[in-house]
Write a protein that binds this ligand. Structure first.
Ligand code: GRF
Length: 226
């Protein structure tokens, strides 16, 4: 039989909590829309529910409590070593609530993605849903971006936008935004791992396939003009 010998691409996912985006990746692998293996899930919070999600699917997990380390540098070195042990092609931040050191970011540059719950460059940092409501914005969303030295400031690959409607609360908005997150993050991982998304000199390059597929998923490419 003539089988492809190309190895399945490997992903490591970093989480701190619920892990619904991790679950979306696991589901996409199960339903074969994401051709990849999650070789490890790492959390800085031992009780993170995402670790249970991973274990239920037989995925290796590691908890590295940042409070056990003297400073950010030593924690990030331990994290880096554990990620390396899982030999990933892609490192996915999915609700990982730690600011990363420049050395860590540089080390994984070009294969380190994050999802942020706002239409960047709006609302970097925390409480994004409430901040969008307080500003009386008419739309909100999520951004998937390469991680660079600026917090939530790396080049944006795509965004998913939702309308803010009368009566929306931070919770209802979070729910709507996560619907987009769970569709777009697996797609972006699939496209990245198969060479359709690259980072060159802080610029995102998309193949024609990536442009078409993101468009078909109603994703905005790059940063949405505000
Ligand atoms: C997501 O809303 C993501 O945008 C942000 O953290 C949240 C993580 O949610 N970075 P979950 O843990 O994947 O459910």
């Amino acid at each position: 039989m003539n089988r492809s010998t190309t190895p399945t691409p490997r992903i490591v996912v970093l989480i701190s909590g619920n892990g619904s985006n991790l679950q979306a990746l696991i589901d996409a692998i199960d339903n074969k829309t994401l051709n990849a293996t999650i070789t490890g899930v790492i959390s800085n919070v031992k009780s993170a529910y995402g670790l249970e999600r991973a274990q239920k699917h037989g995925i290796d997990t590691t908890a590295i409590d940042h409070r056990d380390y003297a400073d950010r540098e030593t924690f990030d070195l331990a994290l880096q070593a554990q990620i390396d042990a899982y030999q990933p092609d892609l490192v996915v931040l999915a609700g990982f609530m730690r600011i990363l050191t420049p050395n860590f970011v540089r080390y994984f540059s070009g294969r380190l993605l994050n999802i942020h719950p706002s239409l960047l460059p709006k609302y970097k940092g925390l409480n994004t849903h409430q901040r969008a409501l307080d500003a009386q914005d008419t739309e909100h969303g999520c951004s998937i971006h390469f991680v660079t030295l600026e917090l939530d400031g790396g080049p944006v690959i795509c965004q998913g936008a939702v309308a803010i409607e009368l009566g929306d609360t931070a919770e209802s908005l979070a729910h709507k935004v996560q619907h987009h997150e769970h569709r777009l993050y697996p797609l972006v991982c699939e496209l990245f791992l198969h060479g359709h998304i690259t980072l060159d000199n802080d610029n995102v390059t998309l193949s024609k396939t990536a442009v078409t597929q993101l468009h078909d998923h109603n994703a905005l490419q790059g940063t949405h003009p505000s």
